[in-house]
Write a protein that binds this ligand. Structure first.
Ligand code: AMP
Length: 145
């Protein structure tokens, strides 16, 4: 299964923020959309960074509430791991497990084309396993699902 298959189901919409947005503004964006991370981009298409709730927690613990008025660029991760739409889903699973992050932006031709979260991966795997279980059960019982 490919990343494209995941994006086909969930769509290619990505919530982005600009690097100069304050951390307070970022909190409002994450809360509004019910998400845990946003891609940081100055021009709306190039990935400049990624910022997740973990970055907020870490910086709050280190520097206190003053962080809330700092720009997102002060707490973002700039070395972002991205994947191409034709990458295998297994590649993203490996990346998330080894690097311990839950979001991977999808990029094609240098432009942001979607985002895949660990929730999307798990959902896709469950659907896949249910399909396999149903096919096996049909094979054993002779009933076609
Ligand atoms: P997450 O588990 O996605 O909330 O992120 C955990 C940490 O990894 C945070 O410091 C994020 O900024 C960072 N992070 C999240 N996704 C990526 C990614 N695709 N590439 C690099 N760092 C990331």
């Amino acid at each position: 299964m490919r990343i494209n298959d995941v994006l086909r189901d969930k769509g290619d919409r990505v919530v982005t923020v600009t690097p100069d947005l304050t951390v307070q503004g970022l909190l409002a964006t994450l809360a509004e959309h019910g998400i845990g991370a946003a891609v940081v981009t100055a021009d709306g298409t190039t990935v400049d960074g990624i910022v997740s709730e973990r970055d907020i927690v870490r910086s709050l613990a280190e520097r206190g509430a003053a962080v809330l008025t700092e720009p997102v660029s002060a707490i973002q991760t700039t070395r972002v791991h991205t994947v191409e739409p034709d990458a295998d889903l297994a590649e993203i699973e490996r990346l998330m497990t080894e690097r311990r992050f839950r979001h991977v932006p999808v990029v094609t031709g240098g432009r942001l084309a979607g985002i895949v979260s660990i929730g999307d991966v798990v959902k896709k795997r469950i659907t896949e396993l249910e399909g396999e279980a149903s096919a096996l059960s049909g094979y054993i019982t002779g009933e076609r699902p």
